[in-house]
Design a protein around this ligand. Structure first.
Ligand code: TD3
Ligand code: NA
Ligand code: ZN
Length: 311
């Protein structure tokens, strides 16, 4: 059934576990994520970026947002677990408003590329509007490295816990994504994986709200190897190790954004199926085994996040 994001995350924060926030761009990824959550008896957040809304709507934002909401609602009403639909990395005011109007459970206003005062002002504006219609809001402080859609952040700028305290108090934002060293995509760390747990601990202590980890994909090396065996070129791919995810959850992360792990799994097994079943032309027969593997990786993540059985 459809639930609001704040209730799901406040409970996770009180009880010390994390909820997966899995991105989808089409029906098959959404099916795999929801089946995984149902089988794990776990509350789940499904998310679309602005690009996903444009992709689903073939460029028309209202169509994309509406279709995303209808797809999630239609599937979710058959499930026993709570499902929330979230706008990931909202930047465009019109898209954020369209998502709220279409029925999204929560929205992220990502103004982390702006100076602190502007980020605070932008976020406050969205919170006032969203709260007026019962929608919860996520914001980001500090900058992830790598490409966030079309904005290239050369260097990551880690969150300042003192700023986080002021930011949350002034904006009344419901969830905060503190930059602690992760980045989006499959190439997260040049050398050893490293997260700034000291900052995370302080941000939780100062804000006492559910915290979000972006760029949290683990980039499983066995799947990367399989993809490369079937022609992909993903050498040097590196993600967040399991022990670091678990430590981040202990220190107060309650929403974990995962997209790349699903993408890598999709690509590896699509390449494998196509190269092994050379006469297959029925997309359903090609996609079925591929999305079984996508479902399995989502179940593995839900178990690591500690939200299995929490529905
Ligand atoms: O923080 C994340 C997920 O990051 P990851 O790339 O580690 O899956 N997201 O917000 C998902 C959208 C970014 C494109 O990947
Ligand atoms: Na988000
Ligand atoms: Zn992100």
């Amino acid at each position: 059934y459809v639930k609001n994001t704040k209730e799901i995350l406040d409970k996770a924060s009180r009880e010390g576990y994390a909820i997966g926030a899995f991105n989808f761009n089409n029906m098959e990824f959404l099916q795999a994520i929801l089946e995984a959550a149902e089988e794990e008896k776990a509350p789940v957040i499904v998310a679309t970026s602005e690009g996903a809304i444009k992709y689903i709507g073939k460029g028309d934002i209202e169509t994309g947002a509406k279709l995303a909401v209808e797809m999630v609602r239609t599937y979710a009403e058959k499930l026993s677990v709570p499902v929330a639909l979230h706008l990931d990395h909202g930047r465009d005011f019109r898209i954020i408003m369209t998502a709220i109007k279409a029925g999204y459970s929560s929205v992220m206003i990502d103004a982390s590329h702006l100076p602190f005062e502007e980020n605070l002002r932008e976020t406050k504006k969205i919170v006032e509007i969203a709260h007026a219609v019962g929608i919860s809001v996520e914001a980001e402080l500090g900058k992830l490295k790598g490409i966030e859609d079309n904005v290239v952040e050369k260097e990551s700028v880690l969150v300042d816990p003192e700023e986080a305290k002021i930011f949350v108090k002034e904006t009344e934002v419901d969830f905060l994504a503190p930059a602690i060293g992760t980045s989006h995509g499959a190439f997260k760390f040049k050398g050893e994986a490293q997260l700034d747990f000291e900052r995370l601990k302080k941000v939780k202590e100062y804000t006492q709200i559910p915290l979000v980890l972006h760029g949290a994909s683990m980039v499983p090396q066995d799947v990367v190897k399989l993809a490369n065996e079937y022609g992909a070129e993903l050498s040097g791919a590196k993600g967040v190790p399991e022990d670091m995810l678990k430590k981040a959850i202990e220190l107060g992360i309650n929403k974990i954004n995962t997209d790349t792990d699903l993408r890598i799994t999709f690509v590896a097994y699509l390449r494998k199926v196509l190269s092994e079943d050379k006469s297959q032309i029925d997309p359903r027969k090609i996609f079925k085994p591929v999305f079984e593997h996508v479902k399995e990786i989502v179940k593995e993540r839900i178990r690591i996040f500690g939200s299995s059985g929490k529905a």
